[in-house]
Ligand binder design. Structure first.
Ligand code: 3PG
Ligand code: MN
Ligand code: MN
Length: 547
């Protein structure tokens, strides 16, 4: 372990209960109108918390979480990274921009291998999310890589296009697919043949996370590798057909498709090819990477495993080295709060349901999987439903809360963190009636947790990683369209101190953001925060000197 041991405040009064951090995923502070699902929900507990004196709003997007521009909404990865590491790191989106503009993306050994494959007659495949959401990927990164292929004289390139409609408008696929088709046809000719080969909606095809539903990855494997799926002559034809067959169809849920010519798939993945997964974010990239890399793989029957050179745009898990080869170094997030707390021998408990389990463990710990020190940590996952969450907006909040209450009663863990997924996962479906229930569910859990922490004599901290439920729809020229993506809104930060042992007051921090939370947790636990952490939102005073 590399971090220094944190020092305690002299005169800090220990108290019996835990410090409990509740992350309400996707619950931002919106405009307070009818489009705002947090405002429209009946939330007596949150309403009261918003009146607390230890309350502020945190910036959760753009530069506050290491994203390239102030137009970039926050997301779970960058949000939990900032919460758990107490500092702002340039994130994947930014690092890839820099690597592509400086040319360093093609300077390393992975691109050299890809080049070798191309020169030996192999096809170069790009698989990833085609949108400008900038959460998992950006279409400009794909375009930059395609330009490089062309500049290097690669003859045969195939794109396997995952459709978004989750980080961007729900029916926006053609805004990306058409320019991509045009770009590929511009790069073709003179012996070069660049095309889309397969694809599908991201929630149906390839981009599962945290082992929630491997059949999603299997469908992707079938479409991208084996050429099995619904046949079309082009990706834009696939999208238009799905729209016309079902007017309610949105991009993220579109069936996997395969592009064919004379009924023959144009781009299956074969021995001697190279494959680049061009998403920069890891959670939804790890499973497909494992399918390409693992020998004793048993999550589904791959039928055949082509002998390819596989690279991620980044490495998605540094500890497990997934994937082994990659084009750009990921952000090096070190000295996380988890490391400091283990070093200080503070016992922690982390819990969420499957859909957000890695958020409070892997993202929280700076994209590192597994325990930091099992002696001082316990992580628990409640299995998520395998269903669209507008149909189960309560999700597993009650089960997570039950377990948190048991842990509080057990009094063995001083720091407890949990993620309630409802505001975000239901927010991504865009169904207002379900979103309101999702937010109300969170409110019920908050009440139960606050009561238990009060009984135990601890402290509850309530915040969120970014907005989502706080905007359910947009009105343009009198027409309402669902808004399923995250928002640019700030998130609440509230401390409810039932320990009554120390005196905490709001510090005067200009433009506070998510990265200020880790130091604040140190202070609440009685530790002087690391010097390089963003400052604490609270100041500590001994209540004995106070009185
Ligand atoms: O992966 C997803 O579901 C969305 O792209 C982003 O949501 P999250 O950042 O809240 O996980
Ligand atoms: Mn989130
Ligand atoms: Mn989300």
């Amino acid at each position: 372990m590399t971090v220094d041991k944190l020092k305690k405040y002299a005169g800090y009064s220990e108290f019996s209960g835990p410090v409990v951090l509740v992350i309400m995923d996707g619950v931002g502070i919106g405009p307070g109108d009818e489009s705002d699902g947090v405002h429209m929900a009946n939330t007596p507990v949150l309403d009261r918390l918003f009146q607390e004196k230890l309350f502020t709003r945190l910036k959760a997007h753009g530069s506050a979480v290491g994203l390239p521009s102030e137009n970039d909404m926050g997301n779970s990865e960058v949000g939990h990274n900032a919460l758990g590491a107490g500092r702002i790191f340039s994130q994947g989106a930014q690092l890839v921009n820099e690597a592509i503009s400086s040319g360093s993306v093609t300077a390393g050994s992975s691109w050299a291998m890809i080049r070798q494959c191309a020169e030996a007659g192999g096809t170069i495949h790009f698989i990833g999310l085609v949108s400008d959401g900038n959460v998992h990927s950006h279409i400009d990164h794909l375009f930059g890589l395609l330009d490089q292929c062309s500049a290097n004289g690669f003859k045969k390139v195939r794109v396997h296009a995952l459709l978004d409609g989750r980080d961007v408008d729900p029916k926006s696929a053609l805004n990306y697919i058409k320019p991509l088709e045009e770009k590929l046809s511009r790069l073709s000719g003179n012996g070069a043949d660049y095309r889309i080969a397969s694809g599908g909606g991201r929630m149906i095809t390839t981009m599962d996370r945290y082992n929630a539903n491997w059949s999603v990855v299997e469908r992707g494997w079938k479409a991208h590798v084996l050429g099995e799926g619904r046949f079309f002559s082009s990706a834009s034809e696939a999208v238009s057909t799905y729209y016309s067959e079902d007017p309610e169809m949105t991009d993220q849920y579109m069936e996997s498709f395969v592009i064919v010519e004379d009924d023959v798939p144009v781009g299956t993945i074969e021995d001697g090819d190279a494959v680049v997964f061009f998403n920069f974010r890891g959670d939804r990239a790890i499973e497909i990477s494992r399918a390409f890399e693992e020998d004793g793989f048993s999550e589904f029957d791959r039928v055949r495993k082509p002998d390819v050179f596989y690279a991620g745009l980044m490495q998605y898990d540094g500890d497990a080295e997934i994937p082994a080869n990659y084009l750009i170094e990921p952000p090096a997030i070190s000295k996380t709060l988890g490391e400091y707390l283990c070093r200080a021998e503070v016992s922690s408990f982390a819990i969420s349901e499957t859909q957000k389990f890695g958020h409070v463990t892997y993202f929280w710990n700076g994209n590192r999987s597994g325990y930091i020190d099992e002696k001082f940590e316990l992580y628990e996952e409640i299995p998520s439903d395998k269903i669209e969450f507008d149909q189960r907006p309560w999700m597993k909040a009650a089960e997570i809360t039950d377990r948190v209450l048991e842990i509080i009663a057990g009094a063995n863990h001083k720091f407890i963190r949990l993620n309630l997924a409802n505001g975000d996962m239901v927010g991504h479906t865009g169904f207002p009636a379900s979103i309101r229930i999702a937010v109300e569910t969170v409110d019920i859990s908050l009440k139960r947790i606050l009561d238990a922490v009060q009984k135990a004599g601890g402290i509850t901290v309530v915040t969120a990683d970014h907005g989502n439920a706080d905007c359910m729809w947009k009105k343009k020229n009198g027409t309402i369209t669902p808004m399923v993506a995250h928002t640019l809104n700030p998130v609440p930060f509230i401390v409810k101190d039932y320990s009554d042992s120390n005196s905490f007051t709001m510090a005067d921090i200009q433009n506070p953001g998510l990265a200020n939370v880790a130091a604040t947790l140190c202070v609440l636990l009685g530790y002087i925060p690391p010097d390089d952490y963003e400052p604490s939102l609270l100041e500590w005073k001994s209540s004995t000197t106070d009185s």
